[in-house]
Design a protein around this ligand. Structure first.
Ligand code: AMP
Length: 370
């Protein structure tokens, strides 16, 4: 089971279906024992309780009635404090045993409203049952008769509970998780200075630097299967196929489970790679904080690369035709990623012309805001 994204937030598995079933069965047993001489009417509080009520009454061993009222108190991830009644109760409850079935009780605002609604209905007995209870945030002096599971104050979704209307259909409980990493895509055409800057930034921010080009070159030097596969593409200045590159990148990330975050240098280079990276990080409850791009004109870069080729030992730096092909790959497949991240308000362009220190300073100004 992995993390799910609902709207802008990430949630990770928290309480299994089995745990929920056991808690529900436990509630059924207690309530059935207490109501053995009567036909109770169970009243579910919508919307959140619909799954719980359905499972509860299926387990209930004797005759019972079921009804619902609809109240609202949530917006986003916190209780608003004001509870509205949207659908009321029509049944005559005079003298009846009413058992309220709540999915969750936290602040107690909804529970207070329930007590108010039922106080003039002349019910015989009013009992409150809740599947989940958050003792740390419960602020009221109100009685709760049956509690399925007490949980810490964490925002949960699933099994009927929602985050802004999403997540109700998940059949177990997930809790909110906040990204803990800083993940930066260092972007720019070949020769823009990504590697040089990544070396400085990784120490400044305590991040792991992953250069896909370096990983490929390392594999070529060591004549690994991956190296042999990548070599023919790299020699001509072509991109290595997505599947190979994506798998390699994932493996590099997985090697560093304790990382504070990553500087991705030379990845993603295609739309598929960008989508794969987003999906992969979101499974971990993480995300890309920003794409920081070094902007340098192409003519200046060809000169720079030819100059670098004299010392770098890279065959793809020594031949103008191969360099032009790398730019062609960049312009046709990679530069569009600017829009991909801009759409998410995550694109930050930085002037890539100047001394190494000047450029580092410009990059840090951006990174410090991420
Ligand atoms: P670089 O060191 O980033 O200039 O990369 C050198 C070469 O490695 C590129 O020209 C590609 O052949 C290959 N390469 C590096 N990163 C990727 C990537 N994300 N996707 C496909 N090929 C890549």
């Amino acid at each position: 089971m992995s993390t799910v994204k609902l709207h802008d937030k990430y949630f990770q598995p928290y309480l299994s279906k089995e745990k929920i079933e056991a808690a529900t069965q436990n509630l059924v047993n207690q309530i059935a024992a207490d109501c053995k001489d009567e036909i109770p009417i169970f009243i579910g509080i919508l919307n959140g309780s619909f799954m719980f009520v359905a499972d509860f009454v299926r387990l209930y061993p004797r005759a019972c009635e079921v009804s619902f009222v609809k109240l609202t108190s949530y917006e986003g991830t916190s209780s608003k404090g004001i509870v509205n009644q949207l659908v009321g109760i029509n049944e005559d409850l005079t003298g009846r045993t009413v058992v309220i079935l709540e999915d969750i009780i936290d602040t107690g605002n909804t529970l207070q409203k329930i007590y108010e609604i039922f106080k003039d209905k002349k019910v015989g007995k009013l009992k409150i049952a809740t599947l989940f209870f958050k003792p740390d945030v419960f602020k009221k002096e109100l009685h709760i008769d049956y509690i399925g599971l007490s949980i810490p104050d964490e925002f949960i979704v699933g099994y009927g509970l929602d985050y802004n209307n999403l997540g109700r259909n998940i059949n177990s409980i997930y809790k909110i998780t906040t990204p803990t990493m800083t993940n930066i895509v260092l972007f720019g055409p070949p020769g823009a200075g990504k590697g040089t800057q990544a070396d400085v930034l990784k120490d400044a921010y305590n991040l792991i630097h992953i250069s896909t080009g370096d990983v490929f070159r390392y594999n070529i030097q060591n004549a690994t299967k991956l190296g042999l596969l990548a070599k023919s593409y790299m020699d001509d200045g072509n991109l290595v196929p997505d599947e190979v590159t994506i798998n390699m990148l994932k493996a590099e990330v997985e090697k560093n489970t304790e990382a504070n975050g990553f500087i991705f240098d030379g990845f993603p280079r295609t739309s598929s790679q960008a989508e794969a990276l987003d999906g992969f990080l979101s499974e971990k409850g993480e995300t890309i904080n920003g794409m920081v791009a070094l902007e340098v004109s192409e003519d200046l870069l060809v000169e720079r690369l030819l100059e670098r080729g004299k010392t770098s030992g890279r065959s793809d730096d020594q031949d103008e035709e191969k360099i032009r092909n790398r730019f062609n790959e960049y312009n046709t497949k990679t530069s569009i990623l600017k829009d991909y991240y801009a759409k998410q308000n995550k694109y930050f362009g930085v002037n890539g012309v100047g001394s190494i220190e000047e450029i580092t300073t410009r990059l840090k100004v951006v990174i410090d805001t991420l």
